[in-house]
Design a protein around this ligand. Structure first.
Ligand code: BES
Ligand code: MN
Ligand code: ZN
Length: 506
């Protein structure tokens, strides 16, 4: 989809439909809504008076006024002003885009939702409007023989205030770029395991690195053996597709030694559970077990738009978790990169083994901060449902940063405990740690296991098993892969970049 910024009045745009957001409170129309109302000789006023459209959140109504430069006006409800935030803007924009697509509309001109009577900051509202439109248009069509309905070809974002032109243009580009990065992550998650094994995930990483001008390295089995990544190797042994360890590196000149952010993504291209085989019900969904890796790759694909003045390293341990004659067995002991011995009590608790090696590798980079994203436990979904990912950290400043990014991106995080007392359950009689203990408190047990490998580092773990896959269609996401974490990470890195710039200026 082509996304452009146009100046002036939405009612002057010759496109297939105009989109106008309406706040629900019956107050006088202002700004773009007023302009469209005038152009349509009071059509918006009429439908509001009749009570046919109140601006209830996500309500839509299509008007067909005559004698204008468009055939249709799509009204979308923004809900009450007091509840309006950037995420509601995103959802409303997505809803309007759905309506447009269902009508076969190819070109759309939209006002920036929430920036007028909504009172939101225009640049942020512009970014959210574009994100919602692009995210709402996503379809995974790679395996369909019949093409889905035609997508929107062009979106025009209308800004009437010329003095804000540059900022709005940048915000619109960021919104389109970030949403496309999330769609790239969705494609990776939705791709079946047959077509996305560790080597092919690495091929995607190389391509993304080329596009974003990053350094990339992919370790094969011999190199992982030399390094001592016993955990990744053990989990990968059951598959005919050998494991890989992917390292992406954004290293701006002159800042190399100041600050290093490490982002880790779990990359299990398919999780059968291994010898501790999963039940057959719903196993097809386990192609999504590289959702953390997809988030990291999506983030890197859009990193040039953030251009952080610090080093950002992405680490992706990637395997296919399979049973087989060579596969890891319960009772086996693996030695991780930092020398810890782990007794494997359940081969289905493979994600934490991969992250153990990745965290140990991260330590060698002397990072300022480390964040991992992983579809780690079924238990996090029991705790939170599908509307938030679990946030595990003992670093309050980091928790605040990530929660701020979560609020801005609409990719919600919710804190869960990481207390040491839980670690007692994870002690092994034979080695140092067990990889799996009881079912109760499963998301925290996994996080406490990781904490051992993150010792001494500023670190947060995001368990995205609850959010990387959506079981239901929502305005901005279809059933399937969500790309969760891409926009969250980009937002977080932008906030860090902005605070570095502010610190240097003062
Ligand atoms: N990839 C799964 C997590 C998962 C499980 C996501 C079910 C969605 C639904 C992970 O590798 C896993 O299998 N975790 C186990 C851990 C257990 C064996 C301690 C789980 O959550 O059941
Ligand atoms: Mn598993
Ligand atoms: Zn898994």
């Amino acid at each position: 989809m082509q996304v452009q910024v146009k100046h002036g009045n939405v009612a002057a745009r010759p496109v297939a439909a105009w989109v106008v957001g309406i706040v629900e409170d019956g107050g006088a129309l202002r700004g773009a809504a007023l302009a469209v109302d005038r152009a349509t000789r009071g059509a918006i006023t009429s439908v509001r008076r009749a009570g046919d459209f109140t601006g209830r959140f996500l309500e839509t109504l299509v008007l067909y006024p005559r004698g204008l430069r468009t055939r249709r006006v799509i009204l979308v409800g923004l809900g009450p002003r007091a509840e309006l935030d950037l995420h509601r803007v995103r959802l409303a924009a997505a809803q309007a885009a759905h309506k447009a697509r269902a009508l076969g509309v190819a070109t759309l001109a939209t006002v920036i939702h929430g920036a007028g009577r909504g009172g939101l900051e225009p640049e942020r509202a512009a970014q959210a409007t574009v994100e919602g439109t692009v995210l709402g248009q996503y379809r995974f069509g790679a395996y369909r023989t019949r093409a889905p309905e035609a997508p929107l070809r062009r979106l025009e974002v209308i800004e009437h205030d010329a003095s804000r032109a540059r900022q709005v243009r940048e915000a619109v580009a960021r919104g389109a770029g970030w949403a496309e990065a999330a769609c790239l992550a969705r494609d990776l998650v939705n791709t079946p395991g047959q077509d996305l094994d560790p080597e092919r995930l690495a091929a995607h990483a190389r391509e993304i690195a080329r596009g974003a001008r990053l350094k990339v390295e992919v370790f094969g089995v011999p190199q992982m053996e030399r390094l001592g990544m016993g955990a990744v190797l053990a989990v990968g042994r059951g598959s005919v597709h050998p494991p890989r360890f992917i390292v992406l590196d954004h290293r701006p000149a002159g800042h190399a030694r100041e600050e290093t952010v490490v982002v880790i993504g779990k990359g299990v291209t398919f999780d059968t559970g291994g010898i501790s085989l999963k039940p057959k019900e719903g196993m097809q969904r386990m192609k999504y077990d590289m959702g953390g890796a997809a988030a990291v790759l999506g983030m890197f694909s859009a990193l040039p738009s953030v251009a952080p003045p610090f080093r950002v390293v992405g680490l992706i341990p990637t395997v296919e978790n399979m049973p087989g004659g060579r596969a890891l067995k319960p009772g086996d002991i693996v030695r991780t990169l930092d020398g810890t011995t782990v007794e494997v009590t359940n081969t289905d608790a493979e994600g934490r083994l991969l992250l153990a090696d990745a965290l140990a590798y991260a330590r060698r980079l002397s990072p300022t901060v480390v964040v991992d994203l992983a579809t780690l436990t079924g238990a996090v979904t029991i705790a939170l449902g599908h509307l938030a990912a679990g946030l595990f950290t003992e670093d309050e400043a980091l928790a605040r940063e990530l929660s701020g990014a979560a609020a801005a991106s609409g990719e919600r995080l919710w804190p869960l405990p990481l207390w040491n007392e839980y670690a007692a359950e994870m002690r092994s009689d034979t080695g140092d740690l067990l990889n799996s203990a009881g079912r109760e408190g499963g998301a925290t047990l996994a996080a406490v296991f990781l904490k051992h490998f993150a010792r001494g580092m500023r670190w947060a773990h995001l368990d995205i098993a609850s959010t990387a896959w959506s079981p239901a269609d929502r305005p901005h996401e279809r059933r399937g892969g969500t790309g969760f974490g891409v926009r969250l990470l980009l937002e977080w890195l932008s906030l860090r970049a902005a605070s570095r710039a502010a610190a240097r200026a003062s």
